[in-house]
Design a protein around this ligand. Structure first.
Ligand SMILES: C=C(O[C@H]1C=CC=C(C(=O)O)[C@@H]1O)C(=O)O
Length: 355
């Protein structure tokens, strides 16, 4: 299908307030659009039906799905052309900073008295938009972050979500799977090699350990790489790749997902205690941020599911951008605030023409 036809369909769905999801896999220039001609809200528990699943951070047992059939799928190829790389100044808000610093300090107290070892503290930043052109949003997202998993999801019951995620939760093909432990954040400075501190390496190591421990129950072979530095937009992270073979090829995808979700890259460790702290002390509902999403292939046992990071929700001419960071012993509240400010840049760059 050609690009104008697919973008016209995207526009039509958006104008008529009908559900759709547009996405592109990392390092590809192929873009898919799944759409519905009614506003039914579909859910899935077994992830067997082909489509695009969308799950919240909390209470993710029932995932939303936009089913994909031949009739309800369009695809096009695009070029990574020059796009205006606007740098949007971040307008720091003293009140928001105070709140986030308070949250980080509360978590640091919990770490000190050994209730938890790590908690991911997050917040949302609301930005008024003047106008939103859905096709332009799509093309900016696709072209600005070619290495990320890029998506726009819309359903009248959830509102519009979009993002450029650097993190795979699970990639499965038959009984082979891979995942990654992604944590630690530094802002890229031209020409400088990133140096990681002990605190950042420890913060990332906790994610690797939790993934390995939780996966050991359902896999027969498990291989982990050495941590390496990877770029995600204007940031760098530490990443360990984990690959393996699932004990029984028939193990259902949700079983694998729920063995690891939510990982300490988005929640903390131990999981239950970290999640309770998040639900009690974060002053907002994460909804789909730090949930998971991605396409389930019609080929049984094949799916790539991502973590919903570097994302925003757009509703009533306001974009809410979601950002967070891992807190461990030795974290400094002021630095954690700066890290979340730096993470805002990913979606601010996409949204800048609409602000
Ligand atoms: C929770 C987020 O990032 C996670 C992924 C990479 C690095 C992270 C960190 O350095 O804390 C976070 O664990 C976010 O971007 O909102």
């Amino acid at each position: 299908m050609d690009k104008p036809t697919v973008l016209n369909k995207l526009n039509e769905q958006w104008e008529k307030k009908l559900p759709f999801v547009l996405f592109s896999m990392p390092n590809t220039t192929k873009c898919s659009l799944y759409f519905q001609d009614n506003t039914s809200l579909h859910t899935t528990e077994n992830f067997l039906e082909p489509g695009f699943v969308f799950s919240p951070f909390h209470n993710a047992k029932e995932s939303l799905i936009i089913p994909s059939t031949v009739e309800s799928t369009l695809e096009f190829d695009f070029a990574i052309s020059d796009i205006e790389h606007t740098q949007t100044p971040i307008i720091s808000c003293a009140e928001e900073k105070k709140e986030h610093v308070q949250l980080v300090n509360t978590i640091l107290k919990k770490i000190k008295n050994q209730t938890v070892e790590k908690v991911v503290a997050s917040r949302k930043k609301d930005i008024p938009l003047t106008k939103l052109v859905i096709t332009e949003l799509a093309m900016r997202l696709l072209q600005l972050y070619p290495k990320a998993f890029r998506y726009i999801w819309y359903h009248p019951d959830t509102g519009l979500w979009c993002g450029a995620s650097p993190e795979i939760l699970i990639k499965r093909e038959g009984n082979m799977f891979s995942t990654m432990a992604l944590a630690g954040t530094k802002k890229n400075i031209n020409g400088q090699v990133v140096k990681w501190s002990y605190k950042e390496m420890h913060e990332q190591q906790l994610v690797t350990e939790a993934l390995v421990t939780n996966l050991q129950k359902i896999v027969s072979v498990l291989k982990t790489s050495k941590p390496v530095t990877v770029e995600a937009g204007s940031l760098s992270h530490l990443k360990t790749e984990i690959q393996g073979v699932i004990k029984s090829g028939k193990t259902a995808l949700p079983k694998i997902i729920f063995a690891i979700h939510p990982t300490p890259a988005v929640c903390g460790t131990p999981t239950k205690e970290a999640k309770n702290i998040i639900l009690e002390f974060e002053k907002y509902d994460r909804e789909f941020y730090t949930g998971f999403l991605g396409p389930i292939s019609p080929i049984e046992g094949t799916a790539t599911i991502f973590v919903n990071l570097r994302c925003a929700k757009i509703e009533n001419e306001t974009a809410s951008i979601y950002v967070g960071g891992g807190i461990v012993y030795g974290s400094i509240a002021e630095d954690e605030w700066t890290e979340t400010e730096n993470k805002l840049a990913t979606m601010l760059k996409v949204l800048s023409p609409f602000m």
